[in-house]
Structures are given as structure tokens and as C-alpha cells.
Design a protein. Sequence first.
Lengths: 113, 113
Amino acid sequence: GQQLNQSPQSMFIQEGEDVSMNCTSSSIFNTWLWYKQDPGEGPVLLIALYKAGELTSNGRLTAQFGITRKDSFLNISASIPSDVGIYFCAGPNYGGSQGNLIFGKGTKLSVKP
Amino acid sequence: NAGVTQTPKFQVLKTGQSMTLQCAQDMNHEYMSWYRQDPGMGLRLIHYSVGAGITDQGEVPNGYNVSRSTTEDFPLRLLSAAPSQTSVYFCASRIQGAHNEQFFGPGTRLTVL
């Protein structure tokens, strides 16, 4: 079945550094979603991508829909302590029905002040 | 709008006990779903519903029942709790066909002893 592989699994960075993470799929996607989960909360949608090559920003966050349609990237510039959390990529599960989402296992980000 | 609400926030059960996790949304979303989140496993789909009166199984449905008598509510029932069901449970909803952008509740942390 479809799988999403996220890397890295975790990151420990200094405040002010830039962050890059990525997500790869075993099959082609036509939608990529990036969510952030704050500690003790549910995931919140950050960015949605709908077209190969698309580059979309949300404040200091920028995400790209890979040209091959099998990958996506999320960058965070000038990280701050509130960026701490788990970042998930997600995409439609074509093996299921009704457009269910499948999620990567997440990238856990820690920021040292 | 309250968005997606879940109760309780925390619950401890003994093996064999039953309970119902409540989920409600006030956005008139047709699609609702339940996920469980375990360390290192990401979010896995338990059950979902595309509208009142319609439910279907996700990736990990065993040990859980759902029903959808109204658009607003989508309770998740554990008939006989097992330690393997210790997890954090998230309910989510979205407009049917809305590019899969889902809105999540705050989660229920369940411990089964």
C-alpha cells in the first residue's frame, strides 16, 4: 500500500537556524498537506499543495510540491521556540475510498533558545 | 464556531471495561474520522464516515465501533478495552471533497491498565 516516509525523524536546532524536512511517497500524489502538532494538541494544517512544482509560503514556512509528485519539502526560516512540535506530511490514500488521508510518522522539532 | 470538540481529555480504564469517546463538530462537515496516535507510528485511521448513517473501516478498526446518527456527532466506542488500545485518539472532520484538508480535535489520551 501507499507509504509516506518523513525525514529526519527528529531535529535539535538552535533558535534562529533554518530547518528543512521532507516527505517521500511510494506513489504519485496530487495533493500534499503539511500539519503541525503542538505538544498536547491536535494537528493543525499549515500548508496545502495541489500542483507539481508549486511553492507556497505561510509566514516563515515554505513548502514545495516536488516535480516528480512523489515528494514534498517543508522549510522553516529563522526558527523560534514556538516552532517546537511534530510536523506531519499527509496525502490522499488512493488505496482507500472517499479520499482518506495517510500520514507520515512525523518530524519532531526541538528548538534551543 | 467551536470547531471539533472531544471529550473526555483524559481517561483511564481497566482491561475489559467499555467506554465511548465523544466527538462533535459545528462546521456542518459531511466527513468525520477517528485516528489513533502512537509514538513513532504517526496517525492511523480507525473508522470514518462520509455522512449521517454511513460509516466504514479504516486501517486499524479492530476493537472499535462507531455510529453516525447526526451530521454533528461521531462517537467512538471501545467495547472491551485492552492495553494495546492505550493511545491518543483524535477526531477530525472536513467538507466532503475539499482537497482533504481536515480539522482535528484536541485529542483524548486513553490509558488501559
